[in-house]
Design a protein around this ligand. Structure first.
Ligand code: ADP
Length: 388
């Protein structure tokens, strides 16, 4: 019994450190793809370097446990974690504005196939965020493992307010994977920043001009079809491979090239998109409304008794996803709602001091005064009032 208790206290401490760390980071972007080899790491590195060149404070976290490639791409395999005056480890400093961390130095040897058992993966991911000091950041770019399995799921759960940036190539198979990634994001309630089409067209190695060898534009069409932002296209450019191997990301090595221009455009769109995502919350175009329930379809007016919460993701006045999640009985309500990235919570009348505390934490409170007890109807009432 004692051992169990001690273990859970350690885990609570770690979760607390993870939350503290994440609260100092303005925007978290999880770069994901349906499968490996589409250029996910290349995009993550060039975005991170590009953002840091624009004077943002940036962190780059390589969580691709099966193929960590960021130290190589940055030419920074010899750089080590720094020990801070308070004894904590700090992320590796690549430049004044860019820090990074990779699982690679922890692996036994360069080529070893990594087999991580589930719990170890989860704890490694949490340690990378909670135990390493990242300081204050504008952006944390996360290179996630490909696919929609356990590992991206753990990252999504550990960094619940991360936005997904989905990388695809123009091929049909890759586009099918994008749909899977979109479904994954909906399932884990991760907001999607947008889609990037990599290997879109070809830059001739001789003249440096674009050549339309392959089909392109599929990513853009799909984004339009799914109502998701299209953030940009990056052409096939042999210099990407070369600069990746030499450890000098293209945006820094060839700043005047057409490909660097494409990255500039992508980075501009990412900055705008992150600002828009924040604005959508402020203007209530996007809401995640939490309703305490006693069973999935019954509002629980006595909030202290609620162990279940119905969560509704609302965009432009329409419910996109509904989910019902369990709250650990003694967990603080504010902590729970923050973990769920809720923007609003429905509570019964009264509860003034709780409501005050929630508002101070940036969570809006909707007071339920009528006799409606079905949360689906409560949310519809709220939306029809809002929609005027
Ligand atoms: P992933 O992270 O999706 O597995 P990588 O970023 O490691 O993919 O890229 C796989 C390979 O493709 C690397 O050798 C990389 O240099 C190359 N690559 C990625 N994007 C491009 C591009 N736009 N043009 C040319 N080569 C690219």
């Amino acid at each position: 019994m004692q051992v169990g208790k001690g273990k859970s206290a350690i885990l609570d401490q770690q979760d607390k450190r993870v939350r503290e760390q994440l609260s100092k980071i303005k925007h978290k972007i999880m770069v994901m793809s349906g499968k490996g080899g589409v250029g996910k790491s290349t995009i993550a590195v060039n975005i991170a370097v590009g953002l840091s060149l624009q004077d943002f404070m940036v962190g780059l976290l390589d969580l691709d446990l099966h193929g960590p490639s960021i130290p190589q791409m940055l030419g920074a395999r010899d750089l080590k974690l720094s020990r801070r005056p308070d004894g904590r480890l700090g992320a590796i400093k690549y430049s004044p504005n860019l820090k990074f961390l990779s699982i690679e130095p922890l692996l036994p040897s360069e080529d070893s196939a990594v087999i991580w058992r589930g719990p170890i993966k989860i704890s490694a991911i949490k340690q990378f965020i909670g135990d390493i000091d990242w300081g204050e950041l504008d952006y944390l770019v996360i290179d996630a493992p490909p696919g929609t399995g356990d590992e991206p799921l753990t990252i999504a759960k550990t960094i619940p307010d991360a936005y997904a940036l989905i990388v695809t190539t123009p091929q049909e198979v890759s586009l099918i994977d994008v749909k899977k990634s979109i479904r994954f994001c909906q399932k884990v309630k991760m907001r999607i920043l947008g889609i990037v089409e990599n290997m879109s067209g070809f830059i001739c190695p001789h003249c440096g001009k674009p050549v339309d060898l392959f089909k392109r534009g599929g990513g853009q069409r799909l984004a339009e079809e799914m109502g998701i932002r299209f953030l940009g296209k990056i052409p096939v450019d042999p210099r990407i491979v070369d600069t990746g191997d030499r450890g000098k990301p293209l945006v820094g090595a060839y700043p005047e090239s057409i490909t660097a221009e494409a990255f500039d455009n992508l980075i501009r769109n990412i900055i705008t998109a992150t600002q828009e995502m924040v604005k959508e919350v402020e203007e209530e175009k996007y809401m995640r409304v939490a309703i305490p329930v006693s069973s999935p379809n019954k509002f629980q007016p006595e909030v202290e008794k609620a162990e279940l919460y119905a969560l509704y993701d609302v965009e432009n006045g329409k419910v996109l996803v509904k989910d019902v999640v369990k709250k650990v009985q003694d967990q603080d309500l504010v902590d729970f709602l923050k973990e769920q990235v809720a923007t609003h919570v429905c509570l019964s009348e009264g509860l003034a001091s709780l409501k005050e505390k929630l508002m101070q934490e940036g969570i809006k409170v909707i007071t339920i005064s009528g006799n409606e007890h079905n949360p689906d109807n409560i949310i519809q009432d709220i939306l029809s009032k809002k929609n005027g």
